[in-house]
Design a protein around this ligand. Structure first.
Ligand SMILES: [Fe+2]
Ligand SMILES: [Fe+2]
Length: 354
């Protein structure tokens, strides 16, 4: 504050010459984003649900002013004890992942061309997407609170850590890489919530199955949106899109909850254990990663794109070969078991199950 220059105009001219702000933005990708912006309105119409008709968390949970509230609550708590420890840990990990939405919104809104071009359709999409996603953490968090088997303070500490830690996905501010990552992630969360719904149903918990099923359906709609954006980008800039796709897959798509930790425990340790539980009950495994990868290769017709430059041809070649290599690695890896004693659940569940 003490050292602000007296001549603002002169300072700004000088700053522009020296700063690397301009070099952070890729003019070509910005132009692609600017031109695609005009094509977005029908896609927003198609991929975002009408807010006034959309499901809301409270509509799926017991109404606290109802005479049935205590009875409904008792039912939720009884059904909670019929679900396995592994399923609870998976559900809790999924919930915390949803709760770190502020991090994900910041990633996407800061991608080049989303917000930098003024109030455009891209930022309209991000607000709409984020507003829909916000319901996921809300409904699941409230369900955990009502269940009677979750140590909510521990869950909240993990959530605060996850948002506080942030996370580098390797996509930087590149819009192409952002949409590749989100296409992958939306599909991965669809798989995870959908399988959790199936397992909850098997355990006789139909209300939880309905909640997870609705969340999974949102994730699928969001996947369709992000993969359509990438489809348009492949149409306009196939070389840039191909190299970005290969860059992301070479690095590997890291899960958004990768740094998950419990209170006073090392960063990332809880993610390893959470992932072991999800794999143990088949909610999300290395084979799902491979399936999603293959699905993206197919949906963007990677093998059929013509007129690529040498660099993009090399990228395509690597992209097409990689799933087989990952599969060989997965075949050599043993299925893990869910052994870790999480702080996220309380003694009621532990006593009942272990
Ligand atoms: Fe979500
Ligand atoms: Fe999502």
């Amino acid at each position: 504050m003490k050292n602000l220059p007296s001549d603002r105009r002169n300072f700004e001219d000088e700053a522009l010459k020296n700063t690397d702000i301009c070099s952070m933005l890729d003019p070509f990708k910005l132009e692609v984003m600017r031109q695609l912006d005009a094509e977005l309105p029908p896609l927003l119409e198609k991929f975002l649900s009408d807010i006034d008709d959309n499901w809301q968390p409270s509509g799926l949970l017991p109404e606290s002013s109802s005479e049935r509230f205590v009875q409904d609550l008792k039912e939720i708590q009884e059904l909670a004890l019929d679900m396995s420890y592994e399923l609870w840990i998976t559900l809790i990990g999924d919930t915390i992942t949803e709760e770190a939405l502020p991090t994900y919104e910041a990633w996407v809104i800061n991608a080049e061309g989303i917000d930098q071009l003024g109030k455009n359709n891209w930022s309209k999409w991000v607000r709409g997407w984020s507003a829909e996603e916000n319901r996921h953490g809300d409904v699941l968090n409230r369900y955990l609170y009502l269940s009677g088997v979750v140590n909510m303070v521990e869950v909240e500490i993990t959530t605060q850590h996850l948002i506080n830690d942030g996370f580098d996905t390797g996509m930087g501010h590149d819009p192409y890489k952002n949409f590749i990552y989100t296409s992958f992630q939306e599909l991965a969360t669809n798989v995870s919530h959908r399988r959790t719904a199936t397992l909850a149903k098997k355990a006789g918990n139909h209300s939880l199955a309905k909640i997870c099923g609705l969340v999974a359906a949102d994730e699928m709609r969001h996947y369709n949106a992000y993969s359509s954006f990438m489809d348009l980008i492949f149409g306009m800039d196939p070389n840039g899109a191909m190299t970005s796709f290969n860059d992301m897959m070479r690095r590997g798509i890291t899960m958004p909850a990768h740094l998950l930790r419990e209170s006073r425990m090392p960063q990332g340790e809880a993610f390893t254990h959470f992932s072991e539980c999800a794999q143990a009950i088949g909610v999300y495994t290395a084979y799902d990663y491979i399936d999603i990868y293959n699905r993206l290769l197919k949906v963007w017709q990677i093998d059929a794109i013509t007129g690529l430059n040498d660099e993009a041809e090399r990228a395509r070649d690597q992209l097409m070969k990689r799933p087989k290599l990952i599969e060989q690695l997965a075949q050599r890896t043993e299925k893990p078991s869910c052994e870790h004693d999480f702080k996220w659940v309380n003694s009621r569940l532990k006593r009942n199950q272990r």
